[in-house]
Structure formats: C-alpha cells, structure tokens
Design a binder for this molecule. Structure first.
Ligand SMILES: [Fe+2]
Ligand SMILES: [Fe+2]
Length: 282
C-alpha cells in the first residue's frame, strides 16, 4: 500500500490545499472537515453492482460524507443494465449525503433499460449526465457523457467507406459534441469532465494493445483541452493506468475500481482535491 493512502475509502491526490463555496446544507454533510478553499472529489467507476450485492458497498460509499464534497460515478454502475440492478445501486447509495454525479457505461446499456435506470437514479437525486452539466457551487462544475470507442492518435478510425463504419465513427463524434455543449453550458471557472470511455491512450496502457480502440478515443480530449478542464475522470479500462494527461496538459484519471484496488489507491474511490483559491482571488 503506498504511503499516501490515508486509510479511508479513498486516497487523496491533486492540489494540496483547495477550497469550496458549498451551500450551507451541503457543508453540513461533511462537518468541520470542509474548507472554503478546496473541493474534494471522490471518484470511482466500474463497480458493476448486481442484485446480489446488497450491502457490499453501502458503508464504503457512506465514507464519502466525511472525506469528500461530491461523489462522481464514472459508469458501469451495474453488471447488465437491468432495472433491478439500478435499484440495487440506489440502495448502496442510500447513506450518501453529498451530491452525486454519474455517467452511464456500456454495461449499463446492455439490458436496454437506460431510461428506466436513469429515472431510478434521478429519483434518488443522482445527477445523471448524458451530455448535461452540474454546477456543484459557483466555482466547480461537472460535464459528463458516456463517451465512446474508436481508437487513439493515428489508430483512430475515420468515417470512410461503408455506412456502418460512418455510423460507428459518428457515434463517437456525437459524444464529443455532447461533451463540448455540456462544457460550454457550465458557467463555473473550474470544469471537470466525467466520462466512462477513456479520452487518452495513456490511461488505457496496461490493457492488451489489441483492444485499445475499444477502450476509448482521444477525439474526446479535444473539448477537454479547448475548455481548459481542471481534470478528466473516466473508467472502463479495468487494467489500465491510473494517471495520464491530454496533449493540452489536462490530468486524466482512470478511476476504474479494479484498478484503484490493484494499485492500492482506494477501497472504493479515488479522492482528488481541487484548489479553488486561485479563482477565488480572481
Ligand atoms: Fe467496467
Ligand atoms: Fe465499461
């Protein structure tokens, strides 16, 4: 276990001292550990909850109340995307008092119940982002999409040839467009991109190279760089690499739960601290 593990459900990374402008109700959820110059983000994806997992994650998720100001779920919340599984996810989140932001993953689409599942999550108060944005406070906001696959760098699939190929590429381009619009809608000076698929090759490294094109596409990094995101969070690449960055220098974190546990980063989530001191001064 690395020496920077703090013993909670997640470890701390990012800027050393940061601060939030949380509404009074949300400040109370974390007691006196909250500070005005930081926002603490607990982030995890790929926990793949099934109906038989009731109670397995509940206490770990509740740890976010003390350790974080917001909980971010990076997709693959369920195993097969069945409505009872989405209800099981809500059950595991029952004790979480901080705001919850989520995107769906490919597993959440498998059962053909994304509308029902999204309604279940939103009924719990989860901010499900499908090209949407969520402002945590006046300074920090989240823009989220599932993303899609397609490959990286010179290995990126292009929309040439058969209609099926063009449709595949367009599915990725539509997600890029949705992310761009969500980022544009955010009025906060600090923006965080939330995805399921990887926006850079660096965080899928470690997976078999032959499947890289199915783990994400760096087309998604274009709006992340253009809007100067503070960071991007994603999942999906269970055996990838924890941290990389875009060509524009935006830090990207793969918070897939199997990876977090393998690397000793957290029992359930990665804890990132964002400094808001600079924007407060401006
Ligand atoms: Fe997954
Ligand atoms: Fe996935």
């Amino acid at each position: 276990m690395p020496d920077w593990v703090d013993g909670g459900a997640g470890i701390r990374g990012g800027a050393p001292e940061v601060g939030s402008m949380l509404p009074p109700r949300e400040r109370r959820a974390g007691g006196d550990r909250r500070r005005r110059d930081r926002v603490r983000i607990a982030a995890v994806g790929d926990f793949h909850i099934g109906e038989e997992d009731a109670g397995a994650f509940r206490d770990l998720f509740a740890s976010a109340n003390d350790e974080a100001d917001v909980l971010v779920l990076c997709g693959d919340l369920t195993r097969r995307g069945l409505e009872p599984e989405f209800r099981a996810v809500v059950g595991e989140l029952a004790d979480v008092k901080v705001p919850i932001v989520a995107v769906l993953g490919n597993h959440d689409y498998e059962g053909g119940a994304t509308n029902e599942g999204t309604a279940v999550l939103r009924g719990r108060g989860v901010h499900v982002l499908c090209g949407d944005s969520f402002a945590l406070n006046e300074q920090v906001g989240f823009a989220g999409v599932k993303g899609f696959m397609g490959g990286f760098a010179r290995g990126t699939l292009t929309a040439f040839g058969e209609p099926e190929t063009k449709a595949f590429v367009n599915a990725a381009l539509e997600e890029v467009h949705r992310l761009e619009l969500a980022l544009r809608r955010l009025a906060t000076p600090i923006r965080v991109a939330v995805l399921h698929y990887a926006p850079v090759q660096g965080t899928v490294a470690g997976e078999p190279e032959i499947i890289f094109p199915f783990l994400g596409t760096d087309r998604l990094a274009d709006p992340i760089d253009r809007y100067g995101c503070a960071l991007a969070l994603h999942g999906h690449a269970h055996s990838g690499t924890f941290r990389a960055q875009t060509t524009g220098g935006v830090p990207v974190f793969n918070v897939s739960l199997p990876l977090l546990r393998k690397d000793g980063i957290g029992k359930l989530y990665y804890l990132h601290e964002l400094s808001t001191a600079d924007v407060s001064a401006g």
